[in-house]
Design a protein around this ligand. Structure first.
Ligand code: NAD
Length: 501
């Protein structure tokens, strides 16, 4: 057998094996067309050809080893560069289309694997990828003057190492890929181990479709069995020029200690202030909608409410009218006892209890059972009055239970809200028609998202103006991630008589 035939057979076998591991949910191409021609440079030279190393072929982005994944992503970055902006645009469309087409199935497998959140909202989060900005977001900044022309362009970094949370595994990976590839980068993901398999399914589908349509392999790689060690290898790899982490305080700290530049979408504990100057029913409706969304897994989700005392009764009655169920003191304490675990050797005075993962993102019915409460079917949210220093106020608990705190003045409400937010500078919400109160709260908390008279989701374009993203770079200050977040600004200067007037 000739060497050529041998290689051909090896490739076919590898392809079949790769496809056997592929997603059954991905629409398969009717036939395998040849990859589109590469962009030919204006100078007429042959286009750069880069083929992935044989070990990285037919992997559809799925790797065990972080260093192998980074090398494959680096190859893919170079292939993407050769395809120009048209290639990036095509990839963005592929990711959005696959998320829409597979929303029901991928929502189901994510819920099945993680056991947290709600299926309807998991599906919505995948369909919502359509609104993530693409290449159109990268408008260069141009200057023209007596000394010539200058252009500041948004250039890619290369390979980006990304970490995704258990709370929105596929949605975060998908919107990261859209933003990163729109900006011309490739990516390697170290997903949360508790949500890795669903992410692998989606990543495999993305890479398979990208390879089919553009001939690029391994543009969005993923570590199949992610660990802290694989994160470490990712962070240290020479090809990784930027990190993007979405998660709690631990991963933010690890990314910032890595020595690499990091975009950190960190934790939140969003407070709400209701001062009684706006419609209380609208406030209650918005709070129930936001806090119940995906069983309060959203980092932007309403986590505690401060209400001016004279409006407390009317506001809490409106919560009930809008589908929330009130718990009494004894029920809250039963729930709190299960919800917060104190590490061995530390008493209830420990400032940092661990939130019980078995209750995070669970249905209100599960929490009601733990609390010893009954609730009608279809209940969206549980709530109860608590003190301002209750653990449910202090901790980012990510459960469909909302502590409501009475405050005597707006100033007291702002002080308590700032305290509960812990300086994360993530998200805060006010229901008010008093501009001075709005401004005072915004100035005091300095949060990345500040929403007035809407639910938290209005901050991500659902019911408010703006584009969505599941990575909100709070800690490092880039804000709601978009393609520009993943670029380097490069200035190109031409000194000459170039003006036409
Ligand atoms: P988590 O911090 O437990 O895990 C997040 C990711 O970081 C996972 O992939 C995990 O494996 C990894 N990780 C954790 N510690 C690490 C370490 N020391 N080194 C390397 N990797 C590490 O968070 P979670 O439970 O998956 O998600 C919920 C948290 O994420 C909440 O705090 C929420 O506010 C935050 N979050 C923030 C945003 C945002 O845009 N700012 C979005 C979603 C979630």
């Amino acid at each position: 057998m000739s060497a050529v035939n041998e290689t051909l057979i090896r490739d076919v076998v590898a392809e079949v094996l790769g496809r056997l591991g592929g997603s059954a949910t991905v629409p398969k191409p009717a036939s395998q067309p040849a990859p589109p021609p590469a962009v030919v440079p204006a100078c007429g030279c042959p286009p750069p050809t880069k083929t992935p190393s044989s070990s990285a072929r037919h992997r559809f982005g799925v790797f065990q080893d972080a260093n192998e994944a980074c090398a494959a992503a680096h190859d893919a970055f170079q292939q993407l560069s050769a395809k120009g902006v048209a290639g990036r645009t095509r990839v963005v469309e592929i990711i959005k289309t696959l998320c829409e087409a597979n929303a029901a199935e991928w929502g189901r497998i994510e819920l099945e694997e993680t056991k947290i959140g709600r299926l309807d909202h998991k599906i919505e989060k995948l369909k919502g990828q359509r609104g993530i900005p693409g290449v159109e977001f990268l408008q260069p900044y141009g200057l023209s003057g007596d000394h010539g022309i200058t252009l500041e362009e948004y250039a890619p970094f290369g390979v980006i190492g990304a970490v995704t949370p258990i709370t929105h595994s596929i949605p975060t990976m998908a919107c990261n890929i859209i933003s990163m590839v729109a900006a011309g980068n490739a990516a390697v993901f170290n997903p949360h181990p508790g949500a890795a398999q669903c992410a692998v399914t989606a990543a495999r589908a993305f890479n398979e479709a990208i390879r089919h349509e553009l001939g690029i392999e391994n543009l969005a790689c993923i570590i199949e069995s992610p660990t802290l060690e694989s994160f470490d290898a990712l962070a240290k790899n020479e090809h990784v020029k930027l990190l993007c982490v979405t998660g709690g305080p631990g991963v933010v700290k690890a990314a910032m200690a890595s020595g690499k530049r990091a975009v950190c979408a960190g934790p939140g504990n969003p407070p709400v202030l209701v001062d009684g100057t706006s419609c209380l029913n609208n406030a209650a409706q918005c709070v129930v909608f936001g806090a119940a969304y995906d069983n309060n897994l959203l980092c932007i989700g309403e986590k505690e409410v401060f209400v001016l005392e004279p409006f407390y009764d009317q506001f809490t009655a409106a919560l009930e009218k809008n589908g929330a169920v009130r718990l009494n003191d004894a029920q809250v304490e039963r729930l709190a006892k299960e919800a917060f675990v104190f590490p061995a050797g530390q008493g209830a005075g420990c400032p940092h209890p661990v939130v019980n993962r078995n209750l995070i993102g669970r249905d209100p019915a599960v929490l009601a059972k733990v609390a010893g409460a009954t609730m009608p079917a279809g209940t969206q949210l549980l709530f109860a009055e608590t003190a301002a220093d209750h653990l449910f106020v202090e901790e980012e608990q990510m459960m469909p239970f909302l502590p409501i705190v009475r405050v005597k003045t707006v100033d007291e409400g702002i002080v308590q809200a700032k305290r509960a937010e812990h300086g994360y500078k993530h998200s805060a919400i006010i229901h008010s028609h008093d501009v001075a109160n709005m401004t005072a709260m915004a100035k005091a908390l300095e949060t990345t998202l500040f929403i007035k008279n809407g639910s938290c989701l209005a901050g991500l374009g659902s019911g408010g103006e703006g584009y969505p993203n599941f990575s909100i770079a709070t800690t490092t200050g880039e804000g709601i991630c978009n393609p520009r977040t993943f670029t380097r600004v490069r200035r190109c200067v031409m000194v000459d008589k170039l003006r036409i007037f």
